[in-house]
Structures are given as C-alpha cells and as structure tokens.
Design a protein around this ligand. Structure first.
Ligand code: MN3
Length: 194
C-alpha cells in the first residue's frame, strides 16, 4: 500500500494574491512534495515498512533517508493545511484565548514565532506546538514534533524552496506575510481540540 500524495486543500493559484504564486505551489507541491512521496515509496517497497502508515514509518525510522523522506511528506501535508486564502491575523475564540494565556498576547506570539522562523539556520521548520501548554519550537531539516511525542498545531516551512521564487532571499518578509495573510487558524483550532 503505497503512501499517496494528498491533494492540495486549495487551488494552485489560490494564494497568488497572498504572496505565494502558482509557480511556487507548482514547484513546492508538484516537485518537492511529490518527490518525497516517490522516494519514500521506493525506500519502503519490499521492506517491513511496505504496509506501514506514514506515522508508523516516522516513529520507527532512524536518522537517514527513510526518516527524512517520510517526515518531509508529513511536514508538507501539514504545511499546506496551515495555509488559507482567507487566513492570517489574530485568532479568536478558544484558540485566541489559549495564545493570549500562553504568550501574553497575539503580538507577543507572532514576534516569538517569527523570530524562531527567522533564526532557523539553514533549512527547517518553525512550529506552534502543544507540549503540555502552547510553545514555539524550531526543527532542522526534516525533523518534526511528532518524532518527539509533541503535538504540532501550526508550522511554517523555512526551507529556501518555500519562498525563493516569490520572496527571493527575504525570509523575514515571507514569514510576516505568512502570519498576516495565510495562517489557517481553523486548522490550528482543530489540531488543538484533537
Ligand atoms: Mn518545503
């Protein structure tokens, strides 16, 4: 049972006027994400992991290509769900209260999240997680909270391929745009409640 590339939760050009062009999505989803899926399926074919779920592979794999490709499949599927053409700004409701309680204010949260994303040296991810309370973490390369028993609520991809077409080297502007225009707080709320 091969791991499948999940469909995007929006059209390829849905975020074009929100700072992520169709070209970025075509490369990031259609080339990078799809390649991680294809490589992963090649790695598990004929092995004990041939029928494992993606999560089972991630939890079982040692550092190396199997873990890296499985984790990157999971990370990208999660990242697409963190984006919405109607996203961004401060969350409301229970999630807004939880963020205010943990960080003091939405502004304090967004400053800390942006700082983590900016200072992830090289390639990686910044996360809002629930680890017995809301916290911000960063992971390098393909690493992810799931591997450490921590629940992910929100992520931003800060690999250069995530922003170079639209933002060139301006990672801080890509991060600000993500927070202002793209964060799918409904998805984050679902993760918090799950
Ligand atoms: Mn990526």
């Amino acid at each position: 049972m091969a791991i499948e590339l999940p469909p995007l939760p929006f059209a390829e050009d849905a975020l074009a006027d929100k700072g992520l062009s169709a070209e970025t999505i075509q490369y990031h989803y259609g080339k990078h994400h799809a390649t991680y899926v294809n490589v992963l399926n090649g790695l598990v074919e004929g092995t004990d992991h041939a029928d494992s779920s993606l999560e089972e592979i991630i939890l079982a794999a040692d550092a190396g290509p199997l873990f890296n490709n499985a984790a990157q499949v999971w990370n990208h599927t999660f990242y697409w769900n963190c984006l919405s053409p109607n996203g961004g700004g401060a969350p409301t409701g229970e999630l807004g209260d939880a963020i205010n309680s943990a960080f003091g204010s939405y502004e304090a949260f967004s400053t800390e999240f942006a700082e983590a994303a900016k200072t992830t040296f090289g390639s990686g991810w910044a996360w809002l997680v629930d680890d017995g309370g809301l916290k911000i973490q960063k992971t390098f390369n393909a690493d992810l909270p799931l591997k450490h028993g921590v629940k992910a609520l929100l992520t931003i991809d800060v690999w250069e391929h995530a922003y170079y077409i639209d933002w060139r080297n301006a990672r801080p502007d890509y991060i600000t745009n993500f927070l202002t225009n793209l964060v799918n707080w409904d998805f984050v709320s679902q993760n918090l409640a799950s």
